[in-house]
Design a protein around this ligand. Structure first.
Ligand SMILES: [Mn+2]
Length: 320
């Protein structure tokens, strides 16, 4: 409770507040930032700024309502970071030391969180960043409007893969039920969130045609040319990796995406290896069963290197 008192005090006493979520934001990250925006608006008359290094994917636009994210960080007195294990997840080009003298609140659920900031509200057991913020609202006795309930629902739904991933807990389902009681219509929201564009589906076809499965490890890749040929955006490939992990017998999945300065890699595991640990060796991170990293190598070199690292981990874990 003491950290909540501090949070409210920080919100009340700082004039220029920026709420920031991580680059390549997912539903939980966007929803968590929006929920905190409502929290700040409750205690202050002026609206806070919302920052994200990447553009907000099209499919989450419906969540924004009157809010807007900026990609340019202005002057601020207080930064509230959500769903981000480290400041480098938010500001790829800033050194963490540049933020040394700033008031920073760190609200997160990643076990790899590096404890940045002046006030930390971190709960690794929470299903999502939204779950943590939901409990903040409850403990502060704040009313949750239907608008806000929808935001929480989308965040938790997204982070639990639609209430199927291992982070689907008694708490997350209970919150979902409370949100439905507040007026959320899951059918409407889920249709909105899962809607695919035709170009996104064309992209999926191209990516799926690259699948390889060997010894319980599945991989596939996306190169820039596929985006152009499908007229699709990179963000439309957000959940593609679930197709790999759904294949019978697959224990670890790797999805490689070509970027201008290297390769972005998403990893999933059924528990045979800890992909958070593996991703951290390359400056990435996430959770035990789902993590990501970036590597300054082309897609073929990146594939070789990470595949080798995965196989090494599997061998190690099978021996012990
Ligand atoms: Mn999250």
């Amino acid at each position: 409770m003491r950290s909540l008192t501090k949070l409210v005090k920080a919100i009340k006493s700082n004039r220029r507040i920026v709420i920031a979520t991580h680059r390549d934001p997912d539903g939980d990250g966007i929803a968590a930032a929006l929920a905190v925006a409502y929290l700040v608006k409750h205690y202050r008359r002026n609206k806070p700024d919302l920052f994200c290094h990447s553009r907000i994917p099209h499919k989450y636009q419906f969540l924004l309502g009157d809010w807007e994210f900026t990609r340019k960080l202005g002057e601020f007195d207080l930064l509230i970071a959500v769903d981000s294990a480290g400041l480098s997840r938010i500001f790829p080009r800033h050194a963490e030391s540049q933020m040394d003298d700033k008031a920073i609140v760190n609200i997160d659920h990643h076990p790899s969180n590096n404890s940045f900031g002046t006030l930390r509200i971190i709960d690794e057991k929470a299903s999502s960043a939204c779950e943590i913020i939901y409990f903040i609202f409850k403990r502060l006795g704040l009313r949750i409007t239907r608008e806000l309930a929808e935001i929480f629902y989308c965040g938790i739904y997204n982070e639990t893969g639609g209430f199927v991933y291992p982070n689907t807990t008694k708490e997350s389902l209970q919150i979902a039920s409370e949100l439905v009681a507040l007026g959320v219509r899951p059918d409407y929201l889920v249709k909105e969130m899962n809607a695919k564009t035709l170009s996104g589906t064309a992209l999926l076809t191209r990516v799926l045609s690259t699948i390889e499965v060997r010894g319980g490890v599945a991989l596939m890749y996306l190169v820039q040319d596929m985006l152009q040929r499908s007229s699709a955006e990179m963000s439309e490939s957000e959940n593609f990796i679930s197709f790999l992990q759904a294949i019978k017998g697959v224990r670890v999945s790797m999805f490689l995406r070509e970027e201008s300065d290297g390769t972005r890699i998403s990893l999933r595991s059924d528990g045979i290896i800890d992909v958070d640990k593996l991703a951290r060796q390359y400056g990435g991170g996430g959770h035990r069963l789902a993590a990501g990293l970036r590597i300054r190598k082309d897609i073929h070199a990146a594939k070789k290197e990470i595949l080798r690292a995965i196989q090494r981990e599997i061998r190690k874990n099978c021996r012990s």
